[in-house]
Design a protein around this ligand. Structure first.
Ligand code: GAR
Length: 200
């Protein structure tokens, strides 16, 4: 199950990988908090069921969170991947899917959390940034880290060129690790994400 808010290039990479049976991942549905986005078109083109739950249709964020959790539960996913999903998972969602929801963030955590990772890295003047795949917890981009990839910042970068370069590496990391986690299972030992089921 994948949740999206934007252009869906990360989703597309997962769709492409999932067409190979060896990859071991089936995308059961794609959900969004916005209608009319390219990511939904990509899912529909692939024949995957989609849904949209807009926060503006709800009295408050808590009610939206409860409905999102129920909607996702209806697809009975093993893993939920937030691929450019620009909303925070709330308590109702985490009660059902905590520990098996992954998010990808375009910065090297714990630096530059939030909505503008590439812009914030550029403004700070770092020479290396990247992307982080992590297990979602109640914080903003604070969960246990699955994988990271480093990307150089070039002198003539602007936010768009830097983000595009990050996204190329981010997609490869996402595909590699979602496949591994799905095929091999994983557990969390303190903050360390380890492949394989929990030791007995
Ligand atoms: C990705 O770079 C993802 O890391 C970022 O949005 C982009 C989505 O691209 N997510 C966040 O910034 C979440 N804090 P895509 O829609 O083309 O996959």
């Amino acid at each position: 199950m994948v949740l999206v808010s934007g252009s869906g290039t990360n989703l597309q990479a997962l769709i492409d990988a999932s067409t190979s049976p060896d990859y071991g991942v089936e995308i059961v549905a794609v959900g969004s908090d916005r209608p009319g986005i390219l990511a939904l078109e990509r899912a529909e083109k692939h024949g995957v069921e989609t849904f949209v739950l807009e926060t503006s249709s709800y009295a408050d964020r808590a009610s939206w969170d409860i409905d999102l959790a129920a909607k996702v539960e209806g697809f009975d996913p093993d893993l939920v991947v937030l691929a450019g999903f620009m909303k925070l998972a709330g308590p109702a969602f985490l009660a059902l899917f905590g520990g098996r929801t992954l998010n990808t963030h375009p910065a090297l955590s714990p630096s530059f959390p939030g909505m503008h990772g590439p812009r914030d890295a550029l403004a700070y003047g770092v020479k290396i940034t990247g992307a982080t795949l992590f297990v979602v917890d109640e914080g903003v981009d604070t969960g246990p880290i699955v994988a990271q990839v480093a990307v150089p910042v070039l002198d003539d970068d602007d936010e768009d060129t830097l983000h595009e370069r990050i996204k190329a590496s981010e997609r490869a990391m996402l595909v590699e690790w979602v496949g591994k986690l799905a095929r091999e299972n994983f557990h969390i030992d303190d903050r360390a994400v380890r492949l394989g089921g929990a030791p007995t």
